[in-house]
Design a protein around this ligand. Structure first.
Ligand SMILES: *[C@@H]1O[C@H](CO)[C@@H](O)[C@H](O)[C@H]1NC(C)=O
Ligand SMILES: *[C@@H]1O[C@H](CO)[C@@H](O)[C@H](O)[C@H]1NC(C)=O
Ligand SMILES: *[C@@H]1O[C@H](CO)[C@@H](O)[C@H](O)[C@H]1NC(C)=O
Length: 386
């Protein structure tokens, strides 16, 4: 019921926003009817990949919507869930999840902790996923080829796997890069050192888009990276000077690096549009939406812009060693110390790293109509070239 109401709200908001666009942009165009979504990314859009391979995200993740852990690092749905829902598609199954998955309408290759560049460390050593973007591409390629072989067996496989033509009509969504930036800082690199490797990160990103295009992908929906300097796990872990904290409490050097990455990403997208003549690529400025959510959130009912909902202690209710869901043994009893707040919908940040469902919905509602996109066309028209 709640989700029906929210989709009506989204459709209504969407209809209102269409009226504001120039008629020539909208009236001539039919909605795209993407039959599938293939998503690549990190925890911002992981719907169960890391959980399937390395152990489930613990409770209280999933608390506000799924009634329990659902492979997502949030109390509920992610932006990619709202995207799927608004396109009339079921939530995406994680490619790595062999239990109960249905890939007829796409697959999700994202895993929490993923980077664009392969890291030279294990998940255990650094917390970064070994399933970097190139590995996500290998998985995608494997899926593309083998799903068609298996689908020919008929029966249930026809109802679990996409049709061949769905691959060229699908939306290819990306939200990745944040961890490439934090990876350097966590190795004690300076901002200049991090900036110095950003071109390599972007070049590897570009290569993957070219590979997907060469396999028939045409419609690309690319989120830029968020203001990582506003997240407790960065604020707590990487030292900054008092003068480097902005008036909203965010650490400016990290946000500047994120913006530096985003400028490069935008240029990379412009180059890709030249190199891939039949591609339709939408660049979505999620950074600006997230930053305005944190800086202006109080106006929208988010009374806690920086503090973690589910965590333990310290300035931000965040402790890297006692995260959301963490338990300790006290007097022979297990006690939950990484406990959730009572009102997650008033928090932007769920666990110090990831956004709450309420924040994800806020972000989705602002990007769906194209107001933060280049070119400025809505999600359901993102198959049309400007
Ligand atoms: C990992 O090591 C290789 C070989 O030394 C290097 O080329 C690559 O840049 C390293 N990756 C990262 C993320 O540092
Ligand atoms: C998988 O999902 C699709 C789309 O919702 C549905 O039509 C199909 O029946 C599902 N497959 C199975 C085996 O349930
Ligand atoms: C980074 O610096 C901190 C503080 O000096 C140190 O404890 C930590 O081991 C260093 N990390 C790496 C990866 O070098």
């Amino acid at each position: 019921m709640a989700s029906d109401l929210s989709s009506i709200l989204v459709i209504t908001l969407f209809a209102i926003s269409l009226v504001n666009l120039t008629p020539s942009l909208v009236l001539a165009r039919k909605p795209c009817h993407f039959p599938a979504i293939f998503n690549f990314g990190d925890s911002n859009s992981d719907t169960g990949g890391l959980s399937a391979a390395f152990g489930q995200a613990p409770p209280p993740n999933g608390l506000s919507y799924f009634g329990g852990p659902a492979g997502r690092y949030s109390d509920g749905r992610l932006v990619i869930d709202f995207i799927a829902q608004s396109l009339g598609l079921p939530y995406l199954s994680a490619f790595l999840d062999s239990v109960g998955s249905n890939f007829s309408h796409g697959a999700n290759f994202a895993t929490a902790g993923s980077t664009i560049r392969p890291q030279n460390t294990t998940l255990h050593q650094s917390g970064f996923s070994p399933i970097s973007l190139n590995v996500q591409y290998y998985e995608f390629h494997d899926f593309l080829v083998r799903s068609q072989v298996v689908r020919k067996k008929g029966g249930v496989y026809e109802r679990l796997l996409p049709k061949e033509e769905d691959f060229s009509n699908a939306l290819y969504a990306f939200d990745i890069g944040q961890n490439d930036l934090t990876a350097g800082y966590f190795l004690n690199m300076s901002t200049d050192e991090v900036k110095a490797y950003v071109p390599d990160v972007l070049s590897q990103f570009q290569t993957i888009i070219q590979y997907i295009y060469s396999q028939g992908g045409r419609y690309f929906w690319i989120h830029n990276t968020g203001p990582v300097g506003c997240l407790p796990y960065v604020l707590e872990r990487v030292p900054v000077l008092a003068g480097q904290i902005d008036k909203y409490g965010c650490a400016s050097p990290f946000n500047e690096v994120a913006q530096f990455f985003n400028q490069g990403l935008k240029k990379a997208v412009e180059q890709l549009r030249k190199d891939l003549p039949n591609a339709v690529i939408t660049y979505v400025d999620v950074y600006s939406v997230k930053y305005s959510l944190i800086s202006q959130g109080r106006k929208h009912g988010f009374s806690h812009p920086l503090k973690t909902c589910c965590g333990h202690g310290g300035k931000y209710n965040y402790n890297k060693n006692l995260g959301c869901g963490a338990k300790v043994h006290k007097h022979g009893k297990e006690v939950l110390v990484g406990a959730p707040c009572k009102d997650p919908w008033t928090y932007v940040n769920w666990d110090g790293v990831h956004f709450t469902q309420a924040a994800n919905q806020y972000i989705f509602e602002r990007i769906v109509d194209g107001s933060f996109s280049d070119p400025p066309i809505p999600l359901n028209l993102a198959c049309h070239r400007n």
